[in-house]
Design a protein around this ligand. Structure first.
Ligand SMILES: [Zn+2]
Length: 65
């Protein structure tokens, strides 16, 4: 039965990696990886903290006044 569980966890890992890859591609295609105002790359940590953010820290502060 060990084989079965090994394969199950292999599958689970593969699924997770595919899901992450798909997620990253989606963000690239929608342009969230770069600031919509200045075009600078948005730090991955910022995108992780604020899913869907479209501006870098500086432009966001400017936009908020
Ligand atoms: Zn910006």
């Amino acid at each position: 039965m060990t084989d079965f569980f090994d394969r199950a966890s292999e599958l689970e890992t593969a699924f997770r990696e595919q899901a992450i890859a798909r997620h990253c591609r989606t963000i690239e295609q929608t342009g969230y990886s770069h600031c919509e105002d200045c075009g600078d790359p948005i730090a991955p940590a910022r995108r992780a903290a604020l899913p869907g953010c479209t501006r870098c820290v500086i432009c966001q502060q400017l936009a908020e006044g």
